[in-house]
Design a protein around this ligand. Sequence first.
Ligand SMILES: *[C@@H]1O[C@H](CO)[C@@H](O)[C@H](O)[C@H]1NC(C)=O
Ligand SMILES: *[C@@H]1O[C@H](CO)[C@@H](O)[C@H](O)[C@H]1NC(C)=O
Ligand SMILES: *[C@@H]1O[C@H](CO)[C@@H](O)[C@H](O)[C@H]1NC(C)=O
Ligand SMILES: *[C@@H]1O[C@H](CO)[C@@H](O)[C@H](O)[C@H]1NC(C)=O
Ligand SMILES: *[C@@H]1O[C@H](CO)[C@@H](O)[C@H](O)[C@H]1NC(C)=O
Ligand SMILES: *[C@@H]1O[C@H](CO)[C@@H](O)[C@H](O)[C@H]1NC(C)=O
Length: 487
Amino acid sequence: MPWGLQAVLKRTKDSGYPQDVSLLAVDIVYISKETLRVKIYDAKEDRYEVPVLNIPKVKTAPQVTDYEIQIQNDPVSFKIVRNTTGTVLIDTSIGPLVFSNQYLQISTRLPSTLLYGLGEHRDHFLRRSDWKIYTLFNRGEPPKDDPTMNMYGSHPFYLLLENDGKSHGVFLLNSNAMDVAVQPAPALTYRVIGGIFDFFFFLGPTPDEVIQQYTNLIGRPFLPPYWALGFHLSRFGYMTSEKTRRVWNRTREAGIPYDAQWSDIDYMLDFKDFTYDKERYKGLPELVDDVHKAGMHYVLNFSPGLYVTNSTGEYPAYDEALGEDIFMRDINKKIILGKLWPNITAYLDFSNPKASEFWINNMITFHREVPYDAAWIDMNEPYNFINGSWESCPMGHPLENPPYQPGNDSLMTHTLCLSSHQYLSSHYNLHNIYSVIEAKTTYRALEILGKRPFVLSRASFPGLGRYSGHWSGDIYSRWDYLSSSVP
Ligand SMILES: *[C@@H]1O[C@H](CO)[C@@H](O)[C@H](O)[C@H]1NC(C)=O
Ligand SMILES: *[C@@H]1O[C@H](CO)[C@@H](O)[C@H](O)[C@H]1NC(C)=O
Ligand SMILES: *[C@@H]1O[C@H](CO)[C@@H](O)[C@H](O)[C@H]1NC(C)=O
Ligand SMILES: *[C@@H]1O[C@H](CO)[C@@H](O)[C@H](O)[C@H]1NC(C)=O
Ligand SMILES: *[C@@H]1O[C@H](CO)[C@@H](O)[C@H](O)[C@H]1NC(C)=O
Ligand SMILES: *[C@@H]1O[C@H](CO)[C@@H](O)[C@H](O)[C@H]1NC(C)=O
C-alpha cells in the first residue's frame, strides 16, 4: 500500500469469550515521520468506531521515519522500534491478542516504568506499575478516598519516558469502557469491551513534541477569551439574584480583582434549562448587564438533562425536544428517564444533529433574556442520581452485562442503561464521548452569539479541548486535594 502495510490475521484458537472474530484486518499507516497508526479491526463486519475525530487520510508514506515496525507470526505480535536508538517501544508478544465482540485484549512490554497519563484519576501523575488497574469510563461520582478510581473523563493516552530521556506517546482511539492494567515487567494490558483497536504512536522525542503530535491528531486546545483566564467566583447556593449581587459588590468593595461571576443551577426555575426563576432571580438580566458595565463577564450552568412534565405548555423546551424526538431512548424505544436535579429527567441525545440544532436555538433565544457570556456544562458523563433508569435496565441484555466488567462495578451505576439507543450508536459505545459532542454544539452556539467561546465541561474525552476547558469536579477543601488537583 502506498500509505503503509496491510495484513490479515486468522484466528487459530478460541479465546473463551463469546463471539470471537475469526478474521482481522491490520492497517499499518505511516502518517508522518513521527506518527504511526496501527488499526486492527474485523475484516468482514463493520464495528463501532469513534465518530468524533477527523483522522487524516494518508496518500503516500513519508520517505524516512523515526520508527520501524516488525511483525511476527509466532505469537502473532508486532514491535515498534525507535530507529535512532534501537529502543523497543512496543512489543505485543508478551500476551495473547484477543478480539471478540465484547472483549478485546492486547498487551505490550514497556521500555521503562516512567508512565504518565491514562486519566482521569486523582492519583499521582506518574502511574504505578505494581499491578495497578486504571479504569477508563466516565463517572460522575465525587472523588472517593481511593485515588485510582475512575473519574469524570477518559483518556486512553500515555506518555512514556525511555531510559535515555527520549519519550513517546501511545493513544488508543476507542471510547468503550476499558481497564488498563500496568504490571511490573514493566508491561501494560488493555482490556476493552467494544469497538476496535486503533492505535496511534507518537515518536516525540521530547515530551513537548509528543504532545504536539498528539494534539495535531485530536485537535489543539481552544483559544480562551482573555477574561476567562482571570479570577472567577462560583458556588451553589446564592439562591437569589440579590444575594449574588451582594457577593459581587462586596468582593469588589474588598478590592479583590475578578473577571467573572457565575450562577450554578439555583438560578433556574425548577432546574429547567433555558429558564430563570423570575421570583428568586428577579433582577438577573439587570445584574448581568451591570456586571458587563463593570467590564466583567457572566457564566451560567446548563444541564444535558431536561425536566420532564406531562402538562403541555408548562416547559416549552421539553415539549419542543419531545416533538423533535431528540431524547435518548431505552431498549424498548421509550424515552429513558433518569434522575437529576429536576427529579425525573430526560437526556438529550447530542449525537442527533437535530439535538444540536435544538440546543443552539434555545441557547440563542435564552440569551435574549439573560445575556450570559459563557456556558458551564455539568453532569455530562452523563450522571444520574439513580442507577440506570426509574425502571430497571434489561440486565439480561449483553450490553448491560458484558463478559468483562471494567472497574468491577455495574456500568449503569449512576448513569443511564448501557443498552439505551442514541442516534449514532448504543450508549454502551457513546458514553465516554457524550460530553465532547455536547461541548462542540455549545461552542457553536456561543460562536453564533458572537462570543469567543468559553465552555467548561465536567466530563471529557480526547478532542474535548478543541471546544472546552475542564474543571476538577467535586473536590474537598483539603491540602491533599489541592495538591492532587495540579496533575
Ligand atoms: C529505520 O531503520 C531501519 C534499520 O536501521 C532501516 O532499515 C530503515 O530504512 C529505517 N527506516 C526509515 C524509513 O528511516
Ligand atoms: C456596592 O454597593 C454600595 C451600596 O449600594 C455602593 O455604594 C457601592 O458603590 C457598590 N460597590 C461597587 C464596587 O459597586
Ligand atoms: C406522566 O404520566 C404517566 C402516565 O400517567 C406517569 O406514569 C408518569 O409518572 C407521569 N410523569 C410525570 C413526570 O408526572
Ligand atoms: C420524584 O419522582 C418519583 C417518581 O415519580 C416520586 O416518587 C418522587 O416523589 C419524586 N420526588 C420528588 C422530590 O418530587
Ligand atoms: C447504585 O449502585 C451502587 C453500586 O453499584 C450502589 O452502591 C448504590 O446503592 C446504587 N444506588 C441506587 C440509588 O440504587
Ligand atoms: C476486580 O476484581 C478482581 C478480583 O477480585 C481483581 O483482581 C481486580 O484487580 C479488580 N479490578 C479492579 C479494576 O479493581
